[in-house]
Design a protein around this ligand. Sequence first.
Ligand SMILES: Nc1nc2c(ncn2[C@@H]2O[C@H](COP(=O)(O)OP(=O)(O)OP(=O)(O)O)[C@@H](O)[C@H]2O)c(=O)[nH]1
Ligand SMILES: [Mg+2]
Length: 322
Amino acid sequence: MEYFCNYAIWKRLWVEMLEFVIALPLSWIFSTSEQQHMKQLYRQVALAQMEYQLPRLTKMWTHLERQAGGQVKGMGEKQIEVDKRILRTQIGVLRKELESVRKHRKQYRNRRISVPVPVVSLVGYTNAGKSTLLNRLTGANMKNGKEFLLTDTVGFIQKLPTTLVAAFRATLEEISESSLLVHVVDISHPLAQQQIHAVDKVLSELDVSSIPKLMVWNKVDRVSDPQKIKLEAEKREDVVCISALSGNGLDEFCNAVQEKLKDSMVWVEALVPFDKGELLSTIHQVGMVERTEYTENGTLVKAYVPLRFARLLTPMRQMCIS
Ligand SMILES: Nc1nc2c(ncn2[C@@H]2O[C@H](COP(=O)(O)OP(=O)(O)OP(=O)(O)O)[C@@H](O)[C@H]2O)c(=O)[nH]1
Ligand SMILES: [Mg+2]
């Protein structure tokens, strides 16, 4: 398991670094926030690795002393001190950079909270296909769909060293602000069930049990009997089968997301004054409008809207009741 764990960390680092490098020439496509997110992730992992290495350096250089015998005693020790100093300086630089990125992310989050579009977060074990799904859906036209913000997260892995857990958790703290968590599973993986448990465990530690969840069984194109898997999924509630790679099942996925979001919305009836036209268009944008009536005093809207947005409408709801 230790080897598996190390392999997973290296794979993670490799993929993130590749994504980071690829993202650079495409910076005009990606939003600044996405780039910042990748940079933050890269720095967090690097920082966590260095912090992990620091106390372990002692062991790495003891061979020098053994090789040199009694003549140059202390050589290994000197090298350790130099290495430790280099690492400490690098850790200091990374910490500073991370702090500034965190500030930036916080500003971005505050801005996002003021725009009440529901946030849907993709979570799941590493390699499940979250990024592939996100890329597939970017720019996809959703029929009659309402807007929502789909965000990717870092993949979970089993048995992370404690320092890395802290770093990963920091990148995951944003999911607590989501309206819906989509748990992406690589159903073709022989250890799919264990991976589901591992993800559930991390989620329970993150205390997000109150957020509605939808499970997605991805990579159905890779299983030996896709029909059997699809039947199995149909028997269960809140499971959708897809292939992010081929695009199979994406319509069903989008419908399921819409349905789930609707469940998490609240019913409002509000009288929106005519001079608040922008509010009316936001209701159409983020909510699901069932009816509008034009009255003398404004537009009477009956709709499902995200809870956060319903709060904004409270004064108008009171006007409607009185
Ligand atoms: N056959 C098949 N492969 C897929 C599918 N979806 C994703 N993959 C492949 O699975 C690999 C991992 O996909 P990613 O989207 O990077 O997975 P991820 O969940 O973002 O992984 P992390 O970022 O490490 O958490 C890639 O090689 C994808 O091409 C699918 O539906 N079918
Ligand atoms: Mg990914």
